[in-house]
Design a protein around this ligand. Structure first.
Ligand code: ACO
Length: 500
């Protein structure tokens, strides 16, 4: 599109509701100046109807940009509250110019995809999967049903759910050779490191998974992955503590079977506690998807290279492992242990405010309100404690939350507890060791990652993910032979990556 051309396909705004305040720049241009403006800028002024010597406001879904370097104006479409970054490329300061780009480290204001899976309103604390509020799903659904919903877009019928459950249940075993890979890990290996490696290793057992264009083949890998991640997680845990592996039990629910593989010892048949089984299902529902978070972005980015889903999911799990993301639940527990007592909370908060460290489990890129998942988790904590006995860390966490939510530092920055603040306390009460927490996040997020992966592959607008950069380093210079590199030359070379 050339400067000042308009896009005919752009839908018109509903003028009654969409444009209440006409853009002043056009409103105040006297009519007699139109001709020169049109001449100088190339703008199609004819589209702006005059009124008593003044231009009417433009009431279409477009954005007009004036490039003050050249004086040119451009009109780009606005759709779904967004402009396309590629529409800016036409804006050039000269013939040689590459064209305007946007700079957005950490994707603070850039949509990388269109999605119909998860909706978040961070200001109002709303989370929906496929349009269903998280509160209703947590109360009435179970994890496998939610996984189906995320992947298929609709809640399953009874028959669809039975088939889905059958397919998942009958893929829970892992190849015996995977256990040999697991045996190679040191006894103190972190379970999340083992989890990532095992998931990546699965790709070597299912080479047909590379056939990502084939929907039936994709479905098979989806069944396998959702089914096998609890087995891998539980086996990693048992390897660490030196217990024999407990094999999947097809009579149990997804969550009950996971508890069986984790905790079964000498009993002939493991009977999961129904309250804990249900609590685990709710926790899994809450963690199943969260739109374009760091690990999902990793899944999509790796998947965009048409990598098989096992390798892509291992990469997503690696992103989740970080303490700023899914590793935060582990960090919260370590933090609470370090604080140790309610009396020490004010001093800890003082140090957070002084910038010494962050309050783990607080803050979120999207939520500037209470994370709705944290509200639900706080409620089920009490149901779990009725069975397990209250974890003393709960009082500490509640006091930390109370002080933080009253403090101006947190209020001003809209920092609220996120999903990870209370989940660790519940997991600990259920006897999961602290370093299993990120793995407990990865198990349910597998369905979300896979739903996002399928959406990516089916989106005709998606291509291999490849951001641009602003290159600020040195340009073409001659290689310096080793013996000619004195201190000054070496210093120059070292500075090559820095400012130029
Ligand atoms: N404790 C203290 N201060 C914080 C915290 C925190 N947990 N989180 C943010 N802030 C402060 C920042 O220092 C910054 O202050 P400033 O404006 O004075 O510089 C301000 O709040 C804005 O924070 P950003 O870092 O710009 O927010 P961002 O969106 O980049 O980071 C994140 C979000 C990574 C979640 C951050 O809040 C954090 O590190 N929290 C702790 C880790 C955590 O709980 N992660 C789990 C997130 S949920 C999930 O991934 C499953």
């Amino acid at each position: 599109m050339r400067a000042s051309e308009s896009r005919g396909s752009c839908p018109r705004a509903n003028t009654a509701t969409r444009v209440e305040h006409p853009p002043r720049a056009f409103e105040q241009i006297p009519k007699r100046h139109y001709a020169s403006l049109k001449q100088n800028t190339g703008l199609k002024i004819g589209r702006l109807r005059g009124r008593e010597g003044f231009a009417m406001s433009a009431t279409r879904d477009t954005l007009t940009i004036t490039d003050n370097r050249t004086g040119k104006q451009y009109e780009v479409p606005v759709k779904d509250g967004t402009i396309r970054a590629m529409d800016l490329r036409q804006i050039k300061a000269g013939e040689e110019d590459f064209g305007l780009m946007t700079y957005d480290p950490a994707f603070m204001n850039t949509a990388s995809c269109k999605s119909t899976i998860t909706y978040i309103d961070g200001d109002r604390g709303i989370l929906e999967y496929r349009g269903y509020p998280i509160e209703q799903l947590a109360e009435q659904s179970n994890y496998l049903e939610v996984a189906y919903l995320l992947l298929h877009g609709e809640l399953p019928t009874e028959k669809q759910l039975a088939d889905w459950r059958w397919n998942i249940t009958h893929h829970t075993f892992i190849n015996e050779n995977i256990k040999k890979v697991l045996d190679g890990f040191h006894h103190s290996a972190h379970p999340m490191g083992m989890f990532e490696a095992m998931v990546a290793a699965l790709s070597t057992f299912y080479p047909e998974a590379k056939n990502i264009e084939d929907a039936a083949c994709r479905r098979k890998q989806i069944h396998r992955l959702i089914a096998k991640v609890p087995t891998i997680a539980a086996f990693a845990f048992r390897h660490r503590i030196g217990l024999p592996y407990s094999y999947p039990d097809n009579d149990l629910s997804y969550e009950g079977n996971f508890l069986n593989m984790m905790f079964k010892t000498t009993e002939l048949k493991y009977q999961p506690n129904p309250v804990l089984e249900r609590a685990l299902s709710v926790l899994f529902i809450l963690h199943a998807d969260h739109e374009q978070n760091c690990s999902t972005n990793a899944m999509r980015s790796i998947g965009s290279a048409h990598t098989d889903p096992y390798s892509a999911l291992a990469g997503a799990a690696a992103a989740l492992y970080g303490p700023l993301h899914g590793g935060a639940n582990e960090a919260v527990l370590r933090m609470l242990n370090e604080i140790g007592s309610v009396e020490r909370v004010p001093e800890y908060v003082r140090r957070v405010k002084a910038g010494e460290f962050k309050l783990m489990g607080f803050g979120h890129r999207v939520y500037k309100n209470y994370d709705p998942r944290a509200t639900i988790i706080k409620q089920i904590a009490y149901e779990v404690f009725d069975v397990t006995g209250k974890d003393p860390l709960l009082d500490l966490a509640l006091e930390l939350e109370r002080i933080a939510l009253e403090d101006e530092y947190f209020v001003k920055r809209k920092l609220y507890p996120n999903v990870d603040f209370y989940s660790g306390i519940i997991y600990r009460a259920m006897r999961f060791p602290v370093d299993m927490f990120p793995v407990l996040f990865a198990i349910p997020r597998t369905s979300g990652w896979l739903a996002q992966w399928v959406e990516l592959l089916e989106d005709p607008e998606q291509k291999i993910a490849r951001p641009r950069q602003i290159y600020l380093g040195r340009r073409t210079r001659d290689y310096v032979a080793m013996k000619q590199r004195d201190g000054a030359a070496a210093g120059q070379a070292a500075g090559a990556g820095g400012e130029a």
